[in-house]
Design a protein around this ligand. Structure first.
Ligand code: BDR
Ligand code: CA
Length: 317
């Protein structure tokens, strides 16, 4: 097997961020160098603590957690309690972390990690608003040519969820997203077109219930809350576990099909702020550095997630 893919996960847990963490922690194709947090689904304090609680549940408090930006670059804080609850991870008991987050700011950790690593080895995965990633690129521009790839859960080329055309992570900090999409690094957008295919069905939950472990129960509690929220506020039958699709793409790119297409983020439209605009008019140029995720292998994706929960459950017992 080739060396594991080294990643930093910049996130705002969040029910689906938590599943992304489980996948990244359990799958041998991934080496999780650290978790950085950004205000998004809930306030920075809450989601940083959530990240720590998920690590406790997974028996992996050895992974460092670095708190980052509490608010967007320009706009006011916007959170998503309707979707993720007052804690940001409603539906479960959250265990107390046994240690505090690291002293180093998330942006500093991202920069230091990328500058210390061999160029082209570390991948940045962002599953929250892009504030930390944008600040890191501005503070140390040399990271742009050192990163292997930036993988973003955000946006969409056909649909929005926070406005008709804007997805939540991009909408919260569109200026940061504009910076990140505009940099000269390879960027994969795992947007709503893809993540709305990643529904946690009753069949998936039954498979996890069979594992019969505290982590399995934790996952089911999260998904039950997430399902009700998505039924009530977004008209979905089952919840889409957006953020975990980024990790699945890195583990096995055959599970997430992609297509090269130039992208940009709209900042000024009367109805379109936060829209990720994809130019599909002609085949992308050979040096196009953007791609979008298009089609998910649903069964393959959930096999990875269920296996991750099984692996972590055995490690915890
Ligand atoms: C994205 O927004 C958040 O609510 C989720 O965690 C995900 O990252 C989906 O629009
Ligand atoms: Ca998220």
């Amino acid at each position: 097997m080739s060396d594991p893919r080294q990643i930093i996960l910049d996130c705002d847990p969040g029910h689906d961020d938590a599943v992304a963490m489980m996948l990244a922690l359990a799958n041998p194709a991934i080496e999780l160098l650290g978790i950085t947090t950004v205000g998004g689904n809930q306030t920075l304090d809450k989601i940083t603590r959530n990240a720590q609680s998920v690590l406790v549940m997974c028996g992996r408090e050895d992974v460092p957690v670095h708190a980052g930006s509490a608010r967007p670059l320009v706009r006011r804080v916007e959170i998503a309690p309707d979707i993720h609850g007052e804690s940001g991870l409603d539906g479960v008991e959250l265990p107390e972390p046994t240690r505090p987050p690291q002293d180093t700011h998330a942006v500093r950790f991202i920069i230091d990690t990328l500058m210390a690593a061999e160029p082209g080895t570390v991948t940045l995965v962002a599953t929250g608003p892009l504030t930390n990633v944008a600040l890191a690129a501005r503070l140390e521009p040399r990271i742009v040519e050192r990163v292997r790839e930036v993988v973003v859960m955000g946006g969409g080329y056909h649909e929005g969820n926070w406005t008709p055309v804007a997805e939540f992570n991009i909408w919260v900090d569109p200026e940061a997203a504009h910076i990140v999409f505009d940099e000269e690094w390879p960027l994969t957008m795992v947007g709503l077109d893809l993540t709305h295919q990643a529904l946690a069905t009753a069949k998936v939950e039954a498979q996890v219930r069979d594992i019969d472990s505290p982590l399995g129960e934790f996952f089911i509690g999260l998904m039950d809350f997430f399902r009700k929220a998505y039924q009530e506020h977004q008209g979905f039958p089952d919840p889409p576990v957006h953020d975990a699709c980024t990790i699945a793409y890195l583990i096995d790119p055959t599970i997430v099909q992609t297509r090269k297409v130039p992208l940009t983020v709209e900042l000024r439209g009367e109805h379109t702020v936060g829209m990720t605009v994809a130019d599909f008019r002609s085949p992308a140029a050979a040096d196009c550095r953007h791609q979008v995720a298009t089609k998910l292998d649903h069964a393959g994706f959930w096999d990875l997630v269920v296996e991750a929960i099984r692996v972590l459950s055995h490690e915890e017992s």
